[in-house]
Design a protein around this ligand. Sequence first.
Ligand SMILES: C[S@@+](CC[C@H](N)C(=O)[O-])C[C@H]1O[C@@H](n2cnc3c(N)ncnc32)[C@H](O)[C@@H]1O
Length: 252
Amino acid sequence: MSQLLARIKNFLREDNDLHEEVQVLRSRIDYLEHRLINYYRNRWDVLDCVADYLVNAELLGDYAEFGVYKGTTFGYAANLFHSLFRQMRFLAFDSFEGLPEPQGIDKSPEGFSSGFFQGQFAATEEEFCRHVMAAAPHLSPERLVTIKGWFDKVLTPEYANKINLQHLACVWIDCDFYESTVPVLQFITPYLSVGSVILFDDWRCYRNLANFGEQRACREWLENNPQLVLNEFISFGFHGMSFTVASVPEVR
Ligand SMILES: C[S@@+](CC[C@H](N)C(=O)[O-])C[C@H]1O[C@@H](n2cnc3c(N)ncnc32)[C@H](O)[C@@H]1O
């Protein structure tokens, strides 16, 4: 068997054209494996659909992700969107210290464990930027904005002004806890347009119960903002759910 393999290798080495074809084929197989078997594949699939949707909707605005970790989802989004939407900025919000200590209903959701713990998903800002620039090598760095801090402290209207936030075309919320999601939803409200996409990565992470995590935060947000209406969009994986905004509060 090893002799046969050696003969094939020699044969390929001698035939340059064939050697090149094999290399191309190998890189395609590597790409397909990476794309189809990867843990993140359902996130990448939904982002592909969102890209089509945003092009069709002719919607302008930034991409914002709340909870970015090492930037695997963020980098894919940036690589996909940056050439389609030339004005789009890519806003990364994170403590860059991992999850905060679970508080209140996040601590012990009705006797079962959410599995999330303090310090989980810690990655530095530098590590995040390195991963994103590797995933989206043609993204010009000035379109990447990182905002470091705890959401309940940093997500203020003053900070939104500081980064000149105008419109959000696509918002990815992936911060695991109810307590982390509440300030995010409050923060994004004035910047949503009819048609904006909101993706909740952890929608079903608490046994798909409506009283916990992102589902609870979203329900309360809608109750507090009666003019805000969401339409169901795409469900992804066992965990994620997305919506498009159907109506926004009139006054900013
Ligand atoms: C599951 S990870 C994000 C994964 C990332 N979206 C991806 O797809 O690779 C959750 C992130 O939320 C951040 N996070 C959670 N609660 C936060 C809070 N209250 N303030 C700041 N960052 C928070 C954590 O630091 C962590 O990086």
